[in-house]
Design a binder for this molecule. Structure first.
Ligand SMILES: NC(=O)c1ccc[n+]([C@@H]2O[C@H](COP(=O)([O-])OP(=O)(O)OC[C@H]3O[C@@H](n4cnc5c(N)ncnc54)[C@H](O)[C@@H]3O)[C@@H](O)[C@H]2O)c1
Ligand SMILES: O=c1ccn([C@@H]2O[C@H](COP(=O)(O)OP(=O)(O)O[C@H]3O[C@H](CO)[C@@H](O)[C@H](O)[C@H]3O)[C@@H](O)[C@H]2O)c(=O)[nH]1
Length: 457
């Protein structure tokens, strides 16, 4: 099929490359002319495992092309897919300005019977609004607007796209839905489940999925806090609940609060939709506040660990919002590092991929060559991203480099008992910081037995 993708960002490029890999003829368009020129020259704007190879292969056989000439890229195509950004608006809503602008700009060039589909994450009702926008520009209703939300994760975008858990197709018209089913036929034939529904449901599925996943993380973080005061282990608790298939083991890892380009903005947009339509979402409202608090609280805990040290230095490992990406949007580092610096703490950082994107946003931080260089002379080592290379760091070298052997690990990369053997004060999330044999032997809840025994109760 002939497919044009509007917006050559994370989602647009991954989708374009993967659809060309499935055999479709794909043109990616972007308003950023420089980006298109670089893409044509084989210079890719971000790092994503496996994407370069697919792009290079499909560019070579011209199944994947790039263009900044909208008219020729849109005329005569079977599907025009919108994958532009939908950032957070001033009241938390998804700002749909890019979607509206894109629709206005390509509308005059749409051929009759083209199916427009929204890949971007958009508010409920946007497909219908886009249909009106295009109709105003064209003066004819010889096209369809559908919804096809995307569930890929950064860091595993290619495999998520090519082996998805499900494909959601939202169409208010059967023929339009059939066109999208044909697009995904190679994946559907491999047994990928299909959810066919109306456009509004498809739009809501995307937000509800992200809100639910974010809730799992927020809940895990709260349970981790409880594990800390009961000298427990969040890993065991998460496994113990997650093996119930109704709960599932995924997304039960504690951390410094979820970040990235999606969960923070999408939970806010979901809550906003609830407020706007008078169907409030108090669970998600609480989650948003709690996640924000979590990042502030981690900074407070770090400051407590180094209280009283004048000219304190902290080594921060990890600027990306998660491992295997160079994306720093809403990463924990962007909130925690400035909070440390505000308290006059010096920060030296390291990230294997994301330092280039983070450095302009954290101008007062200095950057290290490697993790040991970051740790050199620091009073505390703070781990914010779960990079595999951090997991295999040598504790003996770290102990030697640090001025004080304190590690605050927000990704639980090390075994607490091992770290104790190396002489570290090792703080991780949701795990006891004391060896098992020195943990409580009695009920940690205060005064239970006294209360039960008291004649007045
Ligand atoms: N990043 C993810 O992991 C992910 C996953 C699923 C869904 N989404 C959703 O997909 C959408 C895109 O996200 P992204 O991370 O790819 O964004 P992005 O910022 O990486 O890319 C958006 C691209 O659209 C281009 N653009 C903006 N207006 C345009 C126009 N009028 N015409 C042509 N190009 C235009 C921009 O120049 C940019 O290159 C968002 O709605 C996001 O919520 C993102
Ligand atoms: O158990 C977990 C899992 C994740 N995270 C954090 O949650 C955030 C988001 O992680 P992840 O979901 O892996 O990355 P994204 O690339 O943002 O992907 C999410 O957002 C995308 C955009 O909407 C969706 O398409 C994906 O399905 C959804 O997982 C990151 O800060 C992670 O560190 C945790 O703290 N604990």
């Amino acid at each position: 099929m002939r497919v044009t993708i509007i917006g050559a960002g994370y989602v647009g490029l991954t989708t374009g490359a993967c659809l060309s890999e499935l055999g479709h003829d794909v043109i990616c368009v972007d308003i950023d002319k420089e980006r298109i020129a670089r893409l044509k020259a084989g210079v890719f704007p971000f790092r994503e495992a496996g994407l370069d190879e697919i792009m290079i292969r499909n560019m070579a056989c011209r199944r994947l092309r790039f263009s900044d000439h909208l008219a020729s890229a849109v005329r005569g195509r079977d599907i025009v897919m919108v994958a532009v950004g939908t950032p957070k608006g001033v009241r938390g809503e998804a700002d749909l300005a890019f979607v509206r602008q894109a629709a206005q700009s390509f509308a005059p060039f749409l051929s009759p019977r083209t199916v427009v589909t929204l890949k971007s994450t958009v508010a409920v009702g946007t497909a219908r609004e886009v249909r009106e926008i295009i109709a105003e520009e064209r003066g004819a209703l010889d096209f369809w607007v559908t919804s096809n939300p995307e569930f890929l994760r950064e860091g595993s975008a290619v495999s998520d796209f090519l082996t998805p858990d499900r494909i959601v197709i939202g169409a208010d018209d059967r023929d339009a839905g059939e066109r999208l089913i044909k697009l995904y036929r190679p994946l559907l034939d491999r047994g990928v489940p299909l959810v066919e529904t109306g456009t509004a449901d498809a739009e809501l599925i995307k937000y509800a999925a992200n809100a639910f996943l974010a809730l799992k993380i927020g809940f895990t973080n709260d349970v981790a806090d409880l594990c800390e005061v009961t000298e427990g282990d969040i890993n065991s608790v998460a496994k113990g609940i997650g093996l119930d298939p109704r709960i599932g083991t995924a997304f039960l890892k504690p951390g410094p609060g979820y970040g990235g380009s999606c969960f923070p903005k999408d939970t806010e947009a979901f809550a906003w939709i609830g407020r706007a339509l008078n169907a409030p979402q108090p669970l998600i409202e609480a989650l948003i506040a709690r996640n924000d608090y979590r990042k502030r609280h981690i900074a407070e805990r770090v400051l407590k660990e180094i209280a009283g040290i004048s000219g304190a230095q902290v080594a921060v490992l990890g600027a990306a919002f998660k491992a295997n990406t160079d994306d720093v949007r809403e990463s924990a580092a962007l909130q925690i590092v400035p909070a440390l610096q505000k308290a006059n703490v010096g920060v030296k950082m390291f990230d294997p991929w994301a330092s280039g994107n983070a450095a302009p946003l954290l101008p007062s931080a200095t950057w290290a060559e490697d993790p040991y260089d970051a740790a050199q002379g620091a009073d505390l080592l703070l781990i914010l991203t779960e990079w595999e290379m951090f997991r295999s760091l040598d504790p003996a070298r770290l102990a030697e480099a640090l001025r004080r052997p304190v590690v605050f690990d927000c990704r639980n990369l090390f075994d607490p008992e091992q770290m104790a053997l190396y002489g570290f004060r090792y703080v991780s999330l949701g795990r006891a910081n004391v060896p098992r044999e020195r943990r409580w032997r009695s009920n940690p809840l205060p005064n239970n037995r006294q209360k039960a025994a008291s004649p007045s109760t």
